[in-house]
Design a protein. Structure first.
Length: 343
């Protein structure tokens, strides 16, 4: 293990359905010497047994909790196991491609970057459908009013359409889908606020790095691909609904807004709350489709809504019992008013 400079930390994002293909891609395509720390937050029994088997076979560290974890909680649990120059956080539903880690580390070495992100694609990496290639993330001030601005670069474009424009360069935005950081980042800035449960923690860190003039780069020679639902599996619904629960969303956005002194009616906060809520509704739409043929369209939508809301309330209650300190913070976290929000 002498000379290892990078620790790869896998954290749960929103599902366990693609645990196997994601981990297999990391094991197959990560040839740079590294340590691997895998955080398993309450996965189903068959997934837990698979991870235990792989940890024995490949000798990586496996951290298991019997309850669900937010991605931030999972990364915090892993940090005591990191003693290398770099730490690369990656979600448990991401497929990596050959040379991904080598390219990220090389970029950090050659540029002095504090954070490096790959070219983010989604679903089948062979299709080259881009999620983002870096982007913008900064605070604007106009007429004494602060606002947050975020923009992804090349969303939903294909790699072959923009290939000539893809190059290593500074960026304002890299995401925790996959992000290489200098481990000293956490000495310089401290660990992230534990109230970032579902959203905005990556934006928060990017803003801190920008404010401190710590370079952030995008390295498109490294390509990873997030596997997005649907489809779902039944055992994933509780975690998915907690991950994007209204409680987690409001707590996270309030934390971000207060951290960066944004007004309560900030446009990005409003729009992002709408996106988070609509993303949670993917579970309802999927369940309605599963029951539609047997029950009919109208009845299936009503029953699916009742079932999803019941699971939603139950997992939130369970989580707040475990973290009662969030109750009062959640009660005072406003629900942004969005006229066109899908209900």
């Amino acid at each position: 293990m002498t000379g290892i400079r990078t620790t790869v930390v896998v954290a749960p994002r929103e599902q366990f359905r693609v645990t196997r293909p994601s981990l297999e891609s990391i094991l197959a395509h990560t040839t740079l010497p590294h340590r691997l720390v895998y955080v398993d937050g309450g996965s189903p029994r068959f997934t837990s047994k698979y991870l235990q088997l792989k940890a024995r076979q490949h000798g990586f560290s496996l951290i298991r909790t019997e309850h669900y974890l937010s991605p931030g909680e999972a990364r915090t649990l892993a940090l005591p196991h990191v003693d290398t120059k770099y730490v690369c956080f990656i979600d448990n539903d991401v497929i990596v491609t050959p040379g991904w880690l080598e390219s990220l580390v090389q970029c950090a070495d050659e540029t002095g970057a504090w954070a490096v992100g790959p070219l983010y694609c989604y679903n089948d990496p062979a299709l080259g459908r881009i999620h983002m290639a870096g982007g913008l993330a900064h605070i604007r001030e106009e007429n004494g009013r602060r606002s947050f601005y975020e923009e992804h670069r090349f969303p939903r474009r294909f790699v072959n359409e923009v290939q000539v424009q893809l190059r290593r360069e500074p960026t304002e935005l890299v995401e925790y889908h996959c992000k290489l950081l200098r481990t000293e980042t956490f000495d310089k800035f401290g660990r992230q606020n534990p109230r970032y449960l579902s959203s905005a923690e990556s934006l928060d860190l990017c803003l801190q790095l920008r404010e401190a003039c710590c370079p952030v780069y995008i390295e498109p020679a490294a390509i990873v691909s997030n596997q997005q639902p649907p489809p779902f599996v039944w055992s994933d619904l509780p975690f998915f609904l907690l991950r994007w629960s209204d409680v987690w969303n409001r707590i996270s956005l309030r934390c971000f807004r207060e951290q960066w002194n944004l007004p309560a009616d900030d446009g990005w906060v409003r729009d992002h709350y709408g996106w988070l809520t609509e993303h949670r509704d993917l579970a309802w739409e999927w369940l309605a489709q599963q029951t539609g043929k047997a029950l009919g369209w109208r009845r299936s939508h009503k029953i699916a809504r009742v079932m999803i809301e019941a699971i939603h309330r139950r997992v939130v209650r369970q989580y707040l019992r475990r973290r009662p300190e969030l109750r009062e913070f959640e009660r005072s976290a406003p629900r942004p008013s969005i006229p066109d929000l899908k209900q």
